[in-house]
Design a protein around this ligand. Sequence first.
Ligand SMILES: NC(=O)C1=CN([C@@H]2O[C@H](COP(=O)(O)OP(=O)(O)OC[C@H]3O[C@@H](n4cnc5c(N)ncnc54)[C@H](O)[C@@H]3O)[C@@H](O)[C@H]2O)C=CC1
Length: 397
Amino acid sequence: MLNERQRAIVKSTVPLLEAGGEALTTHFYQLMLSENEAVQPLFNSVHQQTGAQPRALARSVLMYAKHIDDLSGLGDLPAQIIHKHVSLQVQPEHYPIVGAYLLRAIREVLGAEIVTDEVIDAWGAAYGQLADILISAEKSMYADNAQLEGGWAGVRRFVVARKQAETSEITSFTLHPEDGGKVVAYQAGQFIGLRLLVNGKEQRRNYSLSQAADGRSLRISVKREAQGVVSSHLHTQVHEGDVLEVFAPAGHFTLDDSDKPLVLMAAGVGITPLMAMLEKALAAQRPTTLIHCTRSPDLQAFRTQLIELAAQHSHLQLRFSYEQEAAPENTEGVQVATGMPDAALLQAWLPVQRDVQAYFLGPVGFMRLAQTVLRDAGVPKAQSHHEFFGPAQALAA
Ligand SMILES: NC(=O)C1=CN([C@@H]2O[C@H](COP(=O)(O)OP(=O)(O)OC[C@H]3O[C@@H](n4cnc5c(N)ncnc54)[C@H](O)[C@@H]3O)[C@@H](O)[C@H]2O)C=CC1
C-alpha cells in the first residue's frame, strides 16, 4: 500500500506530467520495445509511430497521479484498460517489465535533480498498487471466461469458415472453433484478440465482433489500413480454411439491457460492433435509429444488409450520409444526405425522444461531433457511450 508521503510525492509530480508526460511515455515505449521482446507483440507499432499509444499512456499516468487519493475518480479508465489487457492476454509477468521501464523513463526524462530516490520509490509503490489492482481484476476475468459455457482460457483455434469482402477496404472473417464446441454468448459490442505470426514475428490485435452471438461462430470485419501489418496480413494471407488463434471476447462497450430507444451512430468502419448491437436490439423489438456516415455508398460496409433489416423491422430507422458522392436515390425508408456530417444534420436525425441509450464510434473527429450533439440534445451523459479501437483519446476539448 502507498503511504501518505508517497501519495503526496506522486501528486507533486502532476505538473511535471502535464508538461512532459508525453515525452516520458514516448521514451518509455522506445526503451521497452527496443530492448524487451516479451512485450513487443502486445503493442501495435503504428500506434507508436502516430504517437497515439504514448499519448494514451501519458493521459492514464496523469489521471492516476491526480486521483491517487481516490481511484474512483478514474471512472471508466481501469475497466477500459482491463478489458483491453484481457483481450490481448496480458499476464502478471508483464507488469514488472513495464514497471521497471516506466521508472527508468521517469528518471531519464525528468532528470536526476527532480527525480530523487524518494520520488522513484513513491512512483514504484504507486505502480505496484496499480499493477495489483489490474492483475487481480484480469485474473478474475480470465477465470470467468474459462468457466462460461463456450468460453475458454488462453488461445483457442478457430477455422476461417468464410472470408467475405464487404467493400474494397473491409473484409469479414467468420470463424468456427476447430474443436467443434460451443462459442460463448459474448455481449454485443465486445471484441476478440488475435495472435498471429506475421513475417516470423508475433503480433496481437483486437477486433470488434460484427455480429451478435449465435453460440457457434465469431465474425470480425477488418479494414485494411495502409500501414497496418496485421490488417494487410489478414486481407492478403489469410484464407478460408486457415486457422486463427483467438483470445476470448472482452470489452465493456456493450449494449445495455434496458428497453430505452437506441441510437447507434457510426462512421466508416466504426459500424462493426454496432452491427452486433443492432442485431441484438432488433431481436428485442427495441426502437432503433442507426446513423452511418461513410465516404461513399460503395465504401459503406453492410449497406445492403442494413436496408434489408429496415425492410423487415419497422422500428429500425436508417440515416446514411455520404461525404464524397451525391447520395443515391433515397431508398425506401432511408434518409440520405451528402457531404461531411455536421451538428445540424446529426441533430435533425436524432429521435425526438431524448431518453435514449446512444452508442457512437468512428474516426475521432466524428466522435467529438457525436458526443457534442448528444450532449446538446440533452441525452444524459451516462447514456452516451463510445470507445476507441486503438489507444483511447480525449474527446472533450
Ligand atoms: N473508435 C475508434 O477508435 C475508431 C477509429 N477509427 C479510425 O479512423 C480511421 C478511418 O476510418 P474509416 O472507416 O476509414 O473512416 P473514414 O475516414 O472513411 O471516415 C468515415 C466518415 O466519418 C465521418 N467523419 C470523418 N471525420 C469527421 C469529422 N472530423 N467530423 C465529422 N465526421 C467525420 C465522415 O462521414 C466520413 O466519411 C480508421 O483507420 C481508424 O484508425 C475508425 C472507426 C472507429
